[in-house]
Design a binder for this molecule. Structure first.
Ligand SMILES: NC(=O)c1ccc[n+]([C@@H]2O[C@H](COP(=O)([O-])OP(=O)(O)OC[C@H]3O[C@@H](n4cnc5c(N)ncnc54)[C@H](O)[C@@H]3O)[C@@H](O)[C@H]2O)c1
Ligand SMILES: [Zn+2]
Ligand SMILES: [Zn+2]
Length: 391
């Protein structure tokens, strides 16, 4: 089959690789019909390269048709149309029963001390072959796959694999009070859906984003927007009665613009051989923290910061005095995709499209064009916001 593979820092190719096969009785094989590129894939493309091996298959946002099922699979049959959540969870352990699927105790990547594995997401998350490919092997197939109807187009359902539930969880974790204001840093795909979910839930939403077309897209969905700059805290306080927003959501993560120290550390780590680079990432502060620090500055005293952007440094400097004194609450983590599907399926199927799932994709292209698409998406060229690959 054809698959998108990692070849090195900023180097992707589309290669002929062996088809996946059933390895466990609980597996299924999916024929992929749509598969998206995520902002998280850009971290692999750029700074998490030391955890990738040449030839690793990328991708964790696929959907498709069940092609084959293992002998123990009961809930799926050949021909079912399914969306695959990005985290791989068993559905029966304590963490899964607590709806913390990203912490599944059966599948945790214990060698790395990390949570549930993620398709196509480096040795940190289990080195599992990803979904930017013609076919995908799905472990625990009785639990993970989300069965969907046959009538609506893929684009209605595809983002249930990751960014719609990720955004939804982030808004829930932001703990916005009735009549409160939600500030969303970053209006990439995750920030778009988080901001729109906030509007849908009746909150005032202010989005901060340096890229004009991303601001314009959010404005179409009822979001007030601002450019990012050094005095963003003062501007936001001015807009919110002097106190700052009760709830702040970081949908940017470790590659934020405007963080010279973190940028230097990331470049320095990138120049080291892989084992040393891994040590630098694990022991030093390599995140670009401008957005996280701005969130801490701007949030109202006693307010909540919800982090959905991914961070990776183990020794990032944090302003503990301010965090403690302002009595700030923080929630974060990988999304527990299955936790939110019952809430979200009716929204993505609603003809009125309240989250605007049909207004995000800017590029739909054949799988073979993935290498150019990674570059265009990373550099935000050609007004690129979301790429969907069609194998
Ligand atoms: N927690 C999860 O389960 C989960 C799931 C999916 C994605 N993510 C993470 O969410 C983050 C966003 O993903 P995405 O797909 O939207 O990617 P993206 O890279 O397209 O979005 C990031 C956005 O932040 C903007 N930005 C950069 N610096 C900024 C600044 N200083 N102020 C305001 N905005 C700034 C960028 O211009 C971009 O629009 C990534 O870190 C990704 O890894 C987490
Ligand atoms: Zn993703
Ligand atoms: Zn589990």
């Amino acid at each position: 089959m054809r698959a998108v593979t990692w070849q090195g820092k900023r180097s992707i190719s589309v290669d002929e690789v062996p088809d996946p096969v059933i390895q466990e009785p609980s597996d299924a094989i999916i024929k992929v019909t749509s598969t998206a590129i995520c902002g998280s894939d850009l971290h692999l493309y750029e700074i998490l390269g030391p955890y990738m091996k040449k030839g690793d298959i990328l991708g964790h946002e696929p959907m498709g048709i069940v092609q084959e099922v293992g002998s123990a699979v009961r809930n799926l049959k050949v021909g079912d149309r399914v969306v695959i959540p990005f985290n791989i969870a068993c559905g029966t352990c304590l963490m899964c029963r607590l709806d913390l699927q990203s912490q599944c105790e059966t599948t945790q990547v214990r060698e790395k001390g990390l949570g549930a594995p993620i398709y196509g997401y480096s040795e940190l998350y289990g080195s599992v072959p990803g979904g930017q490919a013609e076919y995908l092997r799905v472990p625990f197939a009785d639990y993970g796959p989300i069965k969907v109807g046959q009538d609506l187009p893929d684009i209605r359902y595809l983002y249930l694999s990751d960014i719609v539930p990720t955004a939804w969880q982030a808004v829930q974790y932001a703990n916005v009070p009735d009549g409160g204001t939600l500030t969303v840093f970053g209006l990439g795909p995750v920030g778009q859906f988080a901001a729109r979910a906030g509007v849908h839930l009746g909150y005032r939403v202010i989005g901060i984003e340096p890229v004009p077309e991303r601001r314009a897209m959010a404005e179409r969905h009822g979001v007030e927007t601002l450019d990012f700059h050094g005095n963003i805290g003062d501007e936001l306080r001015e807009m919110t009665g002097g106190r700052g927003p009760e709830s702040v959501l970081d949908a940017v993560g470790m590659e934020a613009h405007g963080s010279p120290v973190g940028t230097f550390a990331q470049h320095a780590a990138g120049l080291l051989p892989d084992p040393l680079a891994q040590k630098a990432i694990e022991k030093a502060g390599v995140d670009r923290l401008s957005v996280l620090h701005a969130s801490i500055d701007v949030v109202r005293r006693g307010g909540t910061i919800s982090i959905s952007g991914v961070y990776g440094g183990m020794a990032d400097p944090m302003p503990m005095l301010t965090l403690f004194d302002k009595q700030i609450q923080m929630r974060m983590g990988q999304c527990n995709v299955k936790r939110w599907i019952d809430d979200l399926l009716p929204l993505v199927e609603d003809p009125a499209d309240p989250l605007g799932v049909t207004d995000l994709m800017t590029h739909q292209i054949p799988l073979d064009e993935a290498p150019e698409a990674y570059e265009v998406f990373q550099k935000k060229q050609d007004h690129c916001i979301k790429v969907v690959l069609k194998p």
